[in-house]
Design a protein around this ligand. Sequence first.
Ligand SMILES: NC(=O)c1ccc[n+]([C@@H]2O[C@H](COP(=O)([O-])OP(=O)(O)OC[C@H]3O[C@@H](n4cnc5c(N)ncnc54)[C@H](O)[C@@H]3O)[C@@H](O)[C@H]2O)c1
Length: 287
Amino acid sequence: MTTLTRPTTVALIGAGGKMGMRVSNNLKKSDFTVFYSEASPAGQERVRGLGLDITPTDEAIVDADVVILAVPDVVLGAVSEDVVPKLKDGAIVLTLDPAAAYAGLLFARDGIEYVCAHPCHPSVFLERRTDEEYADTFGGIAAPQEVVAAIESGDETARVLAESVISTIYAPVIQVHWVTVKQLAVLEPTLVETIACMIGELLQEALDETVNTVGVPYEAARAMLWGHVGIALTNALRGSNPFSDACHIAMDYGRESIIKDDWKKIFDDSELDYVIARMLKIDAVKR
Ligand SMILES: NC(=O)c1ccc[n+]([C@@H]2O[C@H](COP(=O)([O-])OP(=O)(O)OC[C@H]3O[C@@H](n4cnc5c(N)ncnc54)[C@H](O)[C@@H]3O)[C@@H](O)[C@H]2O)c1
């Protein structure tokens, strides 16, 4: 467990957005001195609804040890260009997704620490014990989750301070795993968005097809699918039970019918560059 020896000032930019509100909720319970900045009137209203004051960005960041940029990835370049030159030496810029850092979009300045931390969300295998833990599907409220983070310089003092802020904004946190920016980019988007989220949506489409095209009653199809998603995940990811021989034949048929032979190309560097540029709506990532 990391401990801090001096008071810490945190500025949260984009406090009224989806992540900003989650982060605000946790920061307001912390010992940090926190300033909340938000550009949109609707977002400002949401932040005030938490009982928090809005501070203009330039004031919020002036003495900040850690500046959290919770703005959309497509504006991170412009926002960092405005904010980073105004920060005090040694400040940490904390982003919540690796795409902009990987693409070289963040304004670069010597003496500034760049950290990115992405929540893992509570594991599908988490042993939830309370109603609050069951209700917290996203994490950051009651269900414990892990976090994966990257620090560009590798500075140990900055890492300790960053970890304390990360463990607060995504609390309750089991562990923060430190990797490189590129590794974090392979985790998100490639592993979890390109693959896991896509498969999640494919499952919903398959359920719709079963109900709407074939005519199986919704309740029966939903019950069969949700139960089998559970057993498929625990068998495949944890080896809980063997799949039956007949199931393996159906799985082989599914793979032949649905999966392209060269699907693992999504792990090539050029494909990562391509998907991140597409997500950030830019022509190409910078190297
Ligand atoms: N939404 C998620 O589930 C999720 C999960 C993990 C990480 N993230 C990351 O969190 C970051 C924020 O995403 P989000 O989904 O919360 O975005 P969002 O669009 O919901 O919120 C962004 C907020 O930033 C505000 N904003 C924009 N420009 C600003 C500026 N110059 N100054 C002050 N405020 C400004 C907007 O008004 C908005 O309220 C992104 O990096 C995203 O990749 C999001």
